[in-house]
Design a binder for this molecule. Structure first.
Ligand SMILES: CC(=O)N[C@H]1[C@@H](OP(=O)(O)OP(=O)(O)OC[C@H]2O[C@@H](n3ccc(=O)[nH]c3=O)[C@H](O)[C@@H]2O)O[C@H](CO)[C@@H](O)[C@@H]1O
Length: 388
């Protein structure tokens, strides 16, 4: 394949699978001595800039465009910016002449998909969620290939265009030794760790829950590591002194300056950070994760075999997070709690994190869940499409 344009902007959940495919293409090109020119289209949102700066070896281009909304002012902004995005993509595709365009869903896919169609460039779309998004539903008819998660159907698309395949996960996401991961995060590997993770934007209700409950968890000896999301929550380290029996006192102590070097810290710690650049370490340190049910997070939990309690975002488009979470629970990777039921989350966390048999069982199930290499499946298929 000479050149490809991958549209993957808007959220971390769209961008990181695009990065995973781009890394796969670069590796293939190097092995074959025939590099593919990869261009990743992202949005102008801060989260895209934050994530993409970690991959200087890849070529990112920010494209105009905002998400769809029925609110009149935002709808107008969406129409104008999508038109600007279409003009931008027409110019870019005319210049680049890619062999294929791949859209990973989301609002940044619209302009480039229409531009590809107008210029006669084959278009493929990838859907990561268990309910197809607006972009896949509307643009699917323009595509020669639509990749859907296992068992997901989409009406109005020719069945011969559909391939079922999972979410491409970046090569850096793989399980690391638990002790090393804890040490990297400043946590004690001998004590249970719960990670709270709200996806690329963070989740206010999960952050609030972590603030309200970290000291109760610490008093049971459980450490908390909460990724609040950029611009959300209050970063810092909170600690409770240890009692003799190993559980903590109930009065928090301030420990913002000192990071203890000993293997046996005399306190139980809760760490709050706005963003995490090393998700493999984060998930490898966790005995249990409490998170939103974004497709990206779920695929990474599976890759690292980390059990989770999922709290789906109740306002996600077409309620796709509930569908993602239900599938994960059905496969035995963890359990689902509704946001309206956060009152029982502490009990669920303690019951699960101290139940070694259950954690072991969930890990075993997670290891059974990833059966294929999504990157190879998609890249092989795209190469076939281009040859045809
Ligand atoms: C609120 C909402 O509608 N979110 C959607 C958004 O996901 P959103 O971006 O919120 O979350 P996902 O869980 O899908 O993916 C997040 C990605 O960002 C990375 N990351 C996140 C935080 C961090 O500190 N560091 C970091 O690297 C994660 O490792 C992961 O690769 O798109 C997904 C894919 O269509 C959907 O499934 C989600 O429902």
């Amino acid at each position: 394949m000479r050149s490809i344009v991958i549209s993957c902007g808007g959220t971390g959940g769209h961008l990181t699978p695009g990065v995973a495919l781009a890394e796969g293409l670069l590796a293939r090109g190097e092995k074959r001595g025939a590099p593919t020119r990869v261009t990743l289209l992202i949005s102008q949102k801060k989260i895209d800039a934050r994530l993409s700066e970690r991959y200087p070896q890849l070529r990112f281009v920010a494209v105009p465009g905002t998400g769809f909304s029925w609110a009149p002012a935002r709808l107008l902004r969406c129409i104008v910016s999508q038109f600007q995005g279409l003009l931008f993509c027409l110019k870019l595709l005319t210049r680049e002449k890619p062999s294929v365009v791949l859209g990973m869903g989301g609002f940044t896919s619209a302009g480039v998909a229409v531009a590809a169609r107008l210029l006669g460039i084959p278009l493929a779309l990838h859907e990561s969620n268990r309910v197809s998004g607006l972009a896949t539903r509307t643009l699917g008819r323009l595509a020669v290939r639509v990749y859907l998660p296992e068992g997901v159907r989409l009406t109005g698309i020719r069945p011969t265009c559909i391939r079922h395949v999972g979410l491409p996960v970046r090569c850096e996401i793989s399980p690391k030794p638990h002790g090393e991961a804890c040490a990297k995060l400043g946590l004690d590997p001998k004590r249970p760790v719960i990670v709270i993770f709200g996806g690329s934007q963070g989740a206010g209700p999960l952050n609030d829950w972590a603030e309200a409950h970290w000291s109760a968890l610490a008093s049971e000896g459980v450490q908390v590591y909460c990724v609040t999301g950029p611009g959300k929550g209050e970063a810092g380290i909170r600690e409770l002194p240890l009692k003799r029996g190993g559980t903590a006192e109930t009065e928090p102590v301030e420990l913002q300056r000192e990071v203890r070097q000993t293997n046996q810290p005399a306190t139980v710690r809760a760490v709050f950070v706005p963003f995490c650049d090393d998700v493999a370490t984060l998930l490898s340190a966790a005995d249990l994760v409490v998170s939103r049910a974004g497709a990206g997070t779920i695929a990474e939990l599976i890759r690292c075999a980390t059990p989770a309690i999922l709290v789906p975002y109740p306002h996600a488009a077409d309620d796709h997070q509930r569908a993602n979470a239900a599938f994960f629970e059905k496969r035995g990777g963890g359990i689902v709690i509704e946001q309206s039921e956060l009152g029982r989350l502490q009990r669920e966390v303690l019951d699960t994190i101290f139940n070694e048999w259950l954690l072991h069982r969930l890990k075993q199930n997670l290891r059974q869940m990833e059966r294929e290499d999504a990157i190879s499946v998609i890249l092989d298929d795209l190469e076939t499409l281009v040859r045809e």
